[in-house]
Design a protein around this ligand. Structure first.
Ligand SMILES: [Zn+2]
Length: 81
């Protein structure tokens, strides 16, 4: 558990469950952030602090799981036998 807090908090993508570390930047703007794993918009902000997302280590697992279970997995199945 991390005791030191420098304004970051965990953010979980509601679409695929990928976990990011989120921190706010001093800059204000309007925009959105797409998930690295599922490419869905996971957050939008309007004239407020721009959040910065940093993928956590477990995102590789989330990505693998998503690619394995995702809708595209059937078309790119590899014949291993
Ligand atoms: Zn996602």
């Amino acid at each position: 558990m991390q005791i030191e807090r420098d304004g970051t908090e965990d953010f979980t993508c509601t679409h695929c469950g990928a976990v990011y570390e989120m921190s706010e930047t001093p800059a204000h703007d309007t925009g959105s952030a797409a998930c690295e794993v599922c490419n869905m918009i996971m957050m939008k902000w309007v004239d407020s602090a721009i959040p910065l997302f940093r993928a956590k280590k477990s995102i590789e697992d989330a990505k693998r799981r998503y690619l394995f279970l995702g809708p595209s997995s059937t078309s790119r199945r590899v014949a291993a036998e």
